[in-house]
Design a protein. Structure first.
Length: 533
């Protein structure tokens, strides 16, 4: 009997010590949190690299932070399986807890999938089934927890990973991805930095409606982000007022990819330092790198694209869009398109492509089979668009071959574009001086004092009929797009004053008469013409 009592006493002591230790651990965690404002998901039961579900453990860490005034959820390096969904909010939070600031932080800043795979010191959240990895400001039962906007959320140093089916021809590229979203925002403004998104349907998503009204995803910061094998959209925004996107890069989208950055509605935001490249970007035929719909006052700068056969910038009912700095390599489609676009200014565009060629659908992965296509327009705006101004463009024909320098087989300084929109004009004006050159016995042209070949540089030719005094231009190149033309008197080297008259803007013709109203002899031709496309 005494022995039994001893055992009971011993067991009681052990239990009591266990409770004390547990309380001490909890108290320690609480103290550490109060001291640093940070919790470690490992303390909540998450185990990296074991291929077991970590959703509950990481969710517990998020909930603990949110219900204790806000702070940082630290996720050490490693792979964490997310079978469920991580929510910033839960149904049982108090009204004050709903407002808590939250940071989710991984181990090391990353924006590319090139890292040491033997001992990768990066944090990856991996979801192999469909759904969201991180849901912001909504729960499984509430479409939006805070009906206005939750802006106290940031994500840093995280790799969001999904899955999909690899392409048969290009084995490093996805043919399609599962319906997985890295981060979905509802009525939320978020900061996301130094993170990558791989093999997802959407990297960052903001649905257009929440509870039947416009979703607000404004006042965001997206900085230093990489997107790889995305099946639909990199970053989707709704009502993105006062948002900044900078240093956003993407490589090798899935075949069915639709958008890089897509913004529906929104005022006064900027998009800069955007790159898309990869040996398989030509697969995404319907891809649009930047798509703005019903936006106002947006600046786009420093955009670079390589091997894209989709569209670089699509403007749909967008007003006051400033585009400065677009670079293109290899081959492409129409770079900038507008439907109902108003007040668009385009500057500093350089494209080095082999015009009229795209990679063949029969290419076997060697990138050697090309198809000939009609040369597309560089810029295209419909009749509902208005006030389009363009300047400082260079289009060099040629293709880069590995190990060899770029070779420009021809260069033009004007865009190929339609004139359907109301008021399409070049910002810069070109002044041509036409004169008879005694050395070649031909009429030649100078621009800024330098002799130019108008056929190779500006795309047009001309012929002179000495008996009628009519200089007729071909309706090609710069002159194919109904440019604004102005002709002016000049005196030839032999003293003959040329009085030019512009006869037609359709098929441009200039009549050259002397002061005595007779046709100017060929050897006495000299006049200037200002052209603005």
């Amino acid at each position: 009997m005494k022995l039994k009592r001893k055992w009971i006493l011993l067991v009681s002591i052990v239990i009591f010590i266990g409770v004390l230790l547990a309380a001490h651990v909890v108290a320690g965690e609480k103290y550490q949190f109060l001291k640093t404002g940070m919790v470690n998901v490992l303390d909540f039961g998450a185990v990296p690299n074991d291929k077991l579900d970590d959703t509950t453990a990481i969710q517990s860490a998020i909930s603990y932070v949110m219900q204790n005034g806000g702070g940082t959820v630290y996720i050490p390096s490693g792979d964490y399986e997310i079978l469920g969904t991580l929510y910033t909010h839960q149904d049982n939070y108090s009204a004050n807890a709903n407002l808590s600031p939250l940071e989710i932080r991984g181990e090391t800043p990353i924006n590319a999938d090139l890292y040491n795979s033997d001992s990768k010191n990066v944090t990856r959240l991996i979801k192999r089934n469909e759904g969201n990895i991180l849901s912001v400001n909504f729960t499984a039962t509430k479409e939006s927890v805070i009906p206005s906007v939750y802006r106290n959320i940031s994500v840093r140093n995280i790799g969001f990973y999904g899955s999909g089916t690899y392409d048969k021809t290009y084995p490093k590229v996805m043919e399609s991805t599962k319906a997985v979203v890295g981060i979905e925002m509802r009525n939320a403004g978020i900061t996301v930095e130094d993170s990558i998104f791989w093999a997802l349907s959407k990297g960052i998503a903001a649905p257009d409606k929440v509870s039947g009204v416009d979703n607000y995803s404004d006042q965001n910061i997206f900085r230093h982000l990489g997107f790889f094998n995305i099946g639909h959209t990199w970053i989707e925004l709704q009502r993105s007022d006062a948002t900044t996107l900078e240093h956003i890069t993407g490589y090798d989208m899935a075949r069915n990819s639709q958008y890089g950055i897509r913004a529906r509605k929104g005022e006064s935001f900027s998009i800069k330092e955007v790159l898309v490249a990869g040996k398989a970007m030509h697969l995404s035929k319907n891809f649009k790198l930047i798509a703005l719909e019903h936006t106002n006052n947006v600046s786009i700068s420093s955009v670079y694209a390589e091997r894209v056969e989709g569209t670089l910038i699509q403007l749909t009912n967008a007003t006051n869009t400033d585009i400065k700095g677009v670079g293109v390599r290899h081959y492409g489609n129409t770079y900038i398109k507008g439907e109902g676009a108003r007040n668009v200014e385009i500057k500093n565009v350089y494209a080095h492509v082999e015009e009229g060629k795209v990679l063949s659908s029969e290419d076997d992965g060697t990138y050697e089979k090309y198809n000939d296509i009609p040369t597309p327009l560089d810029f295209a705006f419909d009749s509902a668009s208005s006030n389009i101004t363009i300047g400082s463009t260079v289009f060099a024909n040629g293709i880069h071959i590995a190990g060899e320098p770029f070779v420009e087989s021809s260069v033009r300084y004007y865009p190929l574009m339609n004139k359907d929109a109301t008021s399409v004009q070049g910002i810069e004006q070109t002044n041509f001086v036409f004169y008879y050159d005694t050395a070649t016995q031909k009429i030649r042209a100078k621009v800024n004092g330098k002799v130019v070949n108008t056929e190779t540089t500006y795309g047009f030719t001309y012929t002179y009929n000495e008996s009628t005094g009519i200089l007729k231009f071909s309706k090609t190149g710069l002159l194919s797009q109904f440019p604004s033309l102005l002709v002016s008197n000049r005196m030839a080297s032999d003293g003959t004053l040329n009085v030019p008259y512009l006869m037609s803007n359709d098929v441009p013709q200039v009549k050259l008469l002397t002061v005595t109203n007779t046709p100017v002899p060929l050897t006495s031709v000299s006049f200037s013409m200002d052209a603005r496309f």
